[in-house]
Design a binder for this molecule. Sequence first.
Ligand SMILES: [Zn+2]
Length: 416
Amino acid sequence: MADRPMLERLVKLNDVWLSRKDVLHGIQKYDVSTKKIRITTDCGEIITVNNSRRSASARSLRNSKYRKVCKHCKLSEERINRFVAKDFYDPGITYVEAPVKKSAPKKVLKKGMTAQTQSAEASPAAVSAESPAIKTEESASMPVNEKKEKFSPSQKKRLEALMVADEIDLNDSNLSDYATLEADLTAQRKAELRDIYANSREHMLAKLERDISAFLISKGFIEIKSSILIPEEYIVRMGIDKDLELSKQVFRTDDGQCLRPMLAPVLYNYLRRFDKILPDPIKIFEIGPCYRKESDGSSHLEEFTMVNFCQMGEGSTRENLVQLLDEFLTYLGIEYKIEGDECMVYGATVDVMHGDMELSSAVVGPVPMDIDWGINKPWIGAGFGLERLLKAKYKFKNIKRGSRSEYYYNGIYTNL
Ligand SMILES: [Zn+2]
């Protein structure tokens, strides 16, 4: 008992719980982990709080101030009185405070010392709590400052998170009030997630990967799955010099490896090896995670999913590449336009754009770097970021919506 943190003991002794709105509940049971306490109230609510001696919960339990009693908990007068009177702190029961980890000295609650004086010592904020009185309504009826903006920054942030794309203009003066709008959007998003659970149950990123695989396999490309950890030397051999921006974006391990920033190096190796085994032309592709240190968040991810497909040998022409790109994007239902550009890794490239967003840098080989990889035949190839394809297709405001995430499922905010 003596080595237990404060809140756990308060929970045990008081046998009641004060909600954040100062509603008094009975405690049916509580479980303690290394850092948290999970309390089940008599009315069935489950609350998880930090098992801290300095938390707001600990302070309010010490103060014995409550606004109202929960109707559903059916607390007896005896339990309420016990909480208010703090009989368990009374003379006769001496207990030792839990030792504080670092500097604070051990406190001993001595005979005759009441819980009130103790809490006033512990927290200056609690000084006003002279007696276990019911809180006045003052704080609740405080006038709210009227602002010109319809929503506060935090309200705006919440509403934006609840929107999947840009479906609502938050500056529209005809919008309903925050509470209504928030409730409507939350209900809508919950309904969508329930619908996914009832019907498709597919994650959009995983589904896109499956769809792309199926498309490329049907076009004669063989699927590759290679390691995400690659030798750092591959980056150098890709012509990505230490001074190049892309080199600085590479996540390196301490043993000469790195998280692949692209799929191309290993595909080069596959082309070279398969050329000795498979008939011409060699058509291969890989889909999988790639990593780059990024600072611009709206259309870049540090962890993203690439698809890279390439063909080597017969038919490796610009015309065929553009034809393949068109079939690919038409199959996925994504609008695009093609621009020519110079790329820092390869020679002449074919840029595939969706508005201002680059979807792909496609290449018509050969390029000088081929020599370093033992490639002696013409080739064509393209790489796409799957999260960008999703952003383009669903008009997501942020690329994170369709990415690997614990906050978004198929573009829908999960904190509802
Ligand atoms: Zn209750």
